[in-house]
Design a protein around this ligand. Sequence first.
Ligand SMILES: [Cu+2]
Length: 250
Amino acid sequence: MRGHARRTVGRLAALLLVAAAVAGCLPHVVTAEGQRTAQLYGVLVAIAAVVAVIVLGLTVFAVIRYRRRPGDDSLPEQVHGNVRYEVVWTGIPILTIVVLLVMTVLVVNVFNDAVKASAAVDIRVTAFRWGWRFEYPSEGVTVEGIGTPGPEVWVPVGENVHVTLTGSDVIHSFFVPQFLFKRDAIPGHETEFAFTVEEPGSYRGQCAEFCGIGHSRMPFTVVAASRTEYEAWLDARRGAPSPLATGATP
Ligand SMILES: [Cu+2]
């Protein structure tokens, strides 16, 4: 019995360790909005860990402390209902959920504010089977790519980038892991979002909604560069026919 209890405690500890490790596995986040999501996620995991420790701790305690001992066949005291306990274990979860709801709404508002803020860059993104088209309407620049390695879309670091997203055939999804952001691209419907990349670099994106045989070969890359480099990149593409990325098509 002793060994059994020790094994149970060991397994629970391992489970908590795995949960902690998973929480630490977020990608390195590079957008202002993504940072807020990461903070919220950290708070969610912390609250969940506290709840897990309390619930699992009490369970393990009860199992060990009140286990049936040899020679003792009597029933424990039978209790039916306890208003005080029921108020507590209903009240605490409701309070927890309300706190999480408020925090989530505040983070969602950050995203909505970014969309409403004046944009330094406007990009129209169209997902199609199986590639991406990025248009800069005010710049006369279009970048398009099918298959791998997919198109590259450049944005200036530290500036609000406004995206209007749509799809031209089936539902796709714009997903950049390091932005902690994913949004469906729905044909016949436009959705808007905005982001500010805070670190220069090259960030891989991928369609995240299964859209057919070429779904896995629908990557793209967001390159965040200085304003000067960004403008040089635009200049090199202005008026040029939209270059299709070479490489394997599905
Ligand atoms: Cu797709």
